[in-house]
Write a protein that binds this ligand. Structure first.
Ligand code: AP5
Ligand code: MG
Length: 219
């Protein structure tokens, strides 16, 4: 299966992607994670991406599109992919269609996780991420067993540099202007499904997993 998981910053894309990729044996491709790894490794691409990420702006397409194409061309993606955080604009959605045509792949479902803006701000400002394995927590809604320590690998938890209140507001603003119009793009193609992301993590997962199970049965 080839799934696109979309939704505003903090909707729970990464949280649900972790569970869905296990359940359906999919490869998790997150452009945000690819950029954060490049920043961590100090590559030229990482340095460029960080300038935009820290302002809450989108990284330019000349950087994003090549990275996605390269990742989707790797043989492991043949087994199935869950895209998280890409595409983010209509231009990226159109570019993805071309890449998939070249690779003889097709999109099976586009799922949007829907959450109110007030809740998104609470989720993002309380998020903590493992420096070692990237697992995501929340100080109130999904705390680790031991404060600031990852349950999975005992790594140290940190706060993302773009999770400050001012950058979060800019990210939401950019989402509303540049990413929301994509809903219409996929609705017109008959692939779009909205999931109520305001509920508990496990309930959101059960809802999306049931939908994908039906899709998988159809294939
Ligand atoms: P990216 O990393 O993709 O960030 P984002 O889209 O802003 O989304 P987040 O990762 O912040 O949120 P999420 O939906 O994954 O939520 P999570 O599961 O962590 O992108 C970062 C930047 O990279 C962009 O701003 C841009 O600069 C650049 N970039 C990336 N892709 C790009 C592209 N295609 N084009 C151009 N630039 C690009 O959950 C959030 C918190 O909520 C956590 O603490 C979690 O524990 C908690 N939580 C999750 N679910 C629930 C729930 N149901 N109830 C309560 N709490 C919950
Ligand atoms: Mg994420």
């Amino acid at each position: 299966m080839f799934i696109i998981l979309m939704g505003p910053p903090g909707a729970g894309k990464g949280t649900q992607a972790e569970k869905l990729t296990k359940e359906f044996a999919l490869i998790h491709v997150s452009t945000g994670d690819i950029f954060r790894n490049a920043v961590k490794e100090g590559t030229e691409m990482g340095k460029k991406a960080k300038e935009y990420m820290d302002k809450g702006e989108l990284v330019p397409d000349e950087i994003v599109l090549g990275i996605v194409k390269e990742r989707l061309s790797k043989p492991d993606c043949k087994a199935g992919v869950l895209l998280d955080g890409f595409p983010r604009t209509i231009e990226q959605a159109e570019a993805l269609d071309e890449v998939l045509e070249d690779l003889k792949m097709k999109i099976d479902a586009v799922i949007n996780i829907d959450v109110s803006e007030e809740e998104l701000i609470a989720r993002l400002t309380g998020r903590r991420v493992c420096r070692n394995c990237g697992a995501t927590y929340h100080i109130k809604f999904n705390p680790p067993k031991v404060r600031n320590i990852c349950d999975h690998c005992s790594g140290e938890l940190y706060q993302r540099s773009d999770d400050t209140i001012d950058t979060v507001k800019e990210r939401l603003n950019i989402y509303n202007k540049q990413t929301l119009p994509m809903v219409d793009y996929y609705e017109r193609k008959g692939m779009y499904k909205s999931a109520d992301g305001s509920r508990e993590i496990d309930q959101v997962f059960a809802d999306i997993a049931a939908y994908l199970q039906n899709k998988e049965d159809e294939i």
